[in-house]
Design a protein around this ligand. Structure first.
Ligand SMILES: *[C@@H]1O[C@H](CO)[C@@H](O)[C@H](O)[C@H]1NC(C)=O
Ligand SMILES: *[C@@H]1O[C@H](CO)[C@@H](O)[C@H](O)[C@H]1NC(C)=O
Length: 406
């Protein structure tokens, strides 16, 4: 039945239309190694309101917020530029002709309404930005505004991938290579406003957050309609992705970027949409195995870039480890529901993702998953704090706080 429903939905997407989110990552049931809970400063609060924008030129950081989320002293980086998919999209797809959108309730239910984020509230990027002392990032799709965009811009687009073809069945999306072109446009606009020397000096101090690859599996390799599996073994496909990713990251380096946060893929086989497909309701180990070569090759590639590109500082966020920790220690972190979406239909609430005006679960802070593909806001805030403060198991070789201070 589950397979049949999914088949029908997929067929609808190809013929007429369908509201389907795109996907991402999750926890692992595998207790092969058992992480201890992270030793981050405890907090259950929401991301606080961003600090007021200052009126100084770009390198000046905004004042630190006075929120309950632990916030370091005033920003040590001038700006944060973000590239990625639906895990961090905050509105770019709202403007596209795309079936991968989150511009309807109950998305955003805990922050006063839908924003385009694929969550009930915030994303991991929002939390990291706040911990850096920066205001919430505007989406690239907003009209250029130097007052907000000098603190950074979010270029992420749901359904986008490292490969341009990825996510084509959602129709419009902004692949990573086009997100980089959009960053170049921002550079031109910033330079127009405050001169090339000032921008050139600031960019190496900024942080570049890049989280790609999820859709190259979920909305390409795994989907028969792309015929990718006929051409590539999992190993060969991971090589293709990492080769392309390396060229794209090097392009950002050539544009002046020096401080990079790169995220790995989590346990994709454990998200509610995958749980709904396995006969026992457990993780799809074949999917987990399929994405693993990407993570290991990506990590190796990044560490090589640290050696080969002068002055570059790349760090790798081990999403797999973080989700293992959260899953293993979910009670310590306050999560009681770990195997189904808060908003969604069918088995594990993972067969059909969160539909417009669907009534979500009430205790959202106790769920790991918000919909069939994405974590809840509570998990995103936790992930952000883990990556910011914790040891090399979470963020390798250093954490985000240390990267910011370089
Ligand atoms: C990482 O995790 C392992 C196993 O849980 C632990 O022994 C180690 O101390 C942790 N920290 C670092 C920095 O590796
Ligand atoms: C830069 O932008 C600010 C704020 O919008 C504006 O007041 C100023 O005139 C602009 N400067 C230039 C040189 O375009």
């Amino acid at each position: 039945m589950a397979k049949f429903i999914r088949f029908c939905l997929f067929f609808m997407m190809l013929t007429i239309s369908s509201v389907v989110g795109d996907g991402d990552y999750a926890y692992d049931y595998d207790d092969a190694y058992a992480p201890a809970p992270a030793s981050i400063p405890a907090s259950t609060s929401a991301v606080p309101a961003p600090p007021p924008a200052s009126t100084s030129p770009v390198p000046a950081p905004p004042p630190a917020s006075t929120s309950p989320v632990p916030v370091p002293p005033p920003a040590v980086v001038p700006a944060l530029f973000a590239f990625g998919d639906s895990l961090i999209d905050s509105g770019n797809n709202n403007q596209l002709f795309s079936f991968a959108k989150a511009n309807y309730l109950p998305y955003g239910i805990d922050v006063g309404g839908p924003t385009g984020r694929f969550s009930n509230g915030y994303t991991i990027l929002d939390q990291i930005g706040v911990l850096l002392g920066l205001p919430l990032l505007p989406s690239y799709s907003e009209e250029f505004n130097v007052d907000t965009m000098r603190f950074g811009v979010n270029y992420a687009s749901a359904a986008a991938g490292i490969l341009d073809v990825t996510g084509f069945h959602f129709v419009e999306r902004i692949p990573f290579s086009y997100q980089i072109k959009n960053f170049e446009n921002t550079l031109v606009n910033l330079i127009k406003n405050m001169s090339a020397p000032i921008v050139k000096e600031a960019i190496p101090k900024c942080i570049f957050f890049v989280g790609m690859g999820n859709n190259d599996y979920l909305n390409n390799y795994i989907m028969p309609v792309y015929f990718t599996q006929d051409q590539y073994s999992p190993q060969k496909f991971a090589e293709l992705l990492v080769h392309q990713y390396k060229a794209q990251l090097t392009k950002l380096y050539d544009l002046g970027a020096r401080k990079f946060i790169i995220t790995g893929i989590g346990q994709m086989g454990c998200i509610p949409s995958m749980l709904a497909e396995t006969s026992g309701g457990g993780c799809s180990e074949s999917v987990n195995k399929m994405v693993h070569p990407f993570n290991s090759k990506l990590r190796t590639m990044i560490m090589k870039l640290n050696k080969d590109l002068a002055g570059a500082h790349f760090i790798f966020l081990d999403m797999e480890y973080m989700f293992k920790d959260i899953f293993k220690n979910h009670k310590v972190y306050g999560f009681s529901v770990i195997d189904r979406g808060c908003c969604g239909l069918g088995k594990n609430q993972g067969e059909v993702t969160c539909l417009p005006f669907e009534i979500p679960c009430a205790n959202r802070d106790e769920y790991l998953f918000w919909d069939a593909y994405h974590p809840t806001s509570a998990v995103n805030l936790l992930l952000g704090r883990m990556a910011f403060y914790n040891d090399a198991n979470y963020s390798y070789p250093i954490n985000i706080e240390q990267l910011a201070l370089i």
